[in-house]
Ligand binder design. Structure first.
Ligand code: ZN
Length: 296
């Protein structure tokens, strides 16, 4: 694709981001690697829904502007971090899709082994720690995760997705936001069921056949579905599941053999007869104390 066509494609992806509500006002930015010296990127202070090819900027790998009448995005260093650490990546999309950003705000790790498409096209999704947007320290937050994923949540901020071309980079944004939306809806219904470890391994084999790699395939003895990430969260920032703890709202049958530790606090382990027995024990104890010679 020539430079003009790439600029038009950036405008088209900007329209999609805007129309799907992934960027408000002037939020978000898009970039495409042109060659080993130049990168195309969106300008700052422009709605991504209404860009023209003339608005697109060109920068070098240090973020210096080479061409374009508008000023380049201030978040270019985030994009450059991806290109420097991932020679295979040709395009990067950063936006604030509301459902995925809700997980980023809640510091809620994206649960695995729920939807087949997500296992195949996305896999594990790390959450990079919060940093003030723009600048190198912000860009550095994603570096530890770059080698093993194409989708990263930015804590209290949004998402960054990337891929071998712009459309695939953009698709990762769509997939992760739609997944997070479904998760929130299912959670509101009150119960989330998981695909078994065995069935998820089938998906990962399929994934490999489609030409996608998954770090979980290279981790001997790691549970594919269980809590924790094969992509290790680094430093002090280790988000723990809260809304998607496997012992909350998961049905027992779906948990079986699924890497979830059996727990005495498992909601679904309490059957009506357990509850009846517990009430009976408490009643007996009160009665015993009331009737014992030394009194309660
Ligand atoms: Zn942003």
């Amino acid at each position: 694709m020539n430079e003009r066509a790439l600029k038009e494609q950036i405008c088209e992806m900007g329209r999609r981001l805007y129309q799907r509500g992934y960027v408000s006002a002037n939020d978000g930015n898009i970039s495409v690697r042109l060659n080993d010296r130049e990168i195309l990127c969106t300008p700052t202070m422009i709605s991504k829904g209404f860009m023209r090819p003339e608005d697109i900027c060109k920068v070098d790998y240090e973020g210096n502007q080479l061409a374009g009448t508008r000023k380049r995005t201030s978040e270019i260093f985030l994009h450059l971090a991806v290109y420097k650490h991932r020679p295979d990546v040709m395009a990067v999309v950063h936006s604030h899709p509301p459902h995925a950003t809700a997980f980023a705000v809640a510091h809620e790790p994206i649960p695995k082994c729920i939807l087949p498409e997500v296992e195949v096209f996305i896999g594990e999704v790390p959450i990079a720690p919060y940093e003030t947007p723009g600048g190198q320290p912000f860009a550095n937050t994603i570096v530890p995760y770059l080698s093993r994923t194409n989708t990263i949540l930015l804590a209290n901020h949004g998402t960054v997705t990337f891929g071998p071309d712009l459309e695939k980079a953009y698709w990762n944004t769509e997939i992760i936001d739609s997944y997070c939306k479904i998760l929130i809806l299912a959670r509101q219904l009150g119960r989330v069921n998981y695909i078994t470890e065995e069935k998820t391994r089938e998906l990962l084999t399929l994934k490999q056949r489609l030409g996608y790699d998954d770090p979980r395939l290279h981790c001997d003895g790691c549970p594919v579905c269980g809590p924790g990430l094969v992509i290790q969260q680094t430093g002090d920032f280790v988000p723990e599941p809260y809304a998607f703890r496997r012992d909350v709202g998961a049905s027992c049958g779906a948990c079986a053999g699924n890497g979830a530790p059996p727990s005495s606090t498992h909601d679904s382990d309490f059957t009506p007869s357990d509850l009846e027995a517990l009430v009976q024990r408490i009643t007996d104890e009160i009665y015993r104390q009331l009737t014992s010679p030394s009194g309660p």
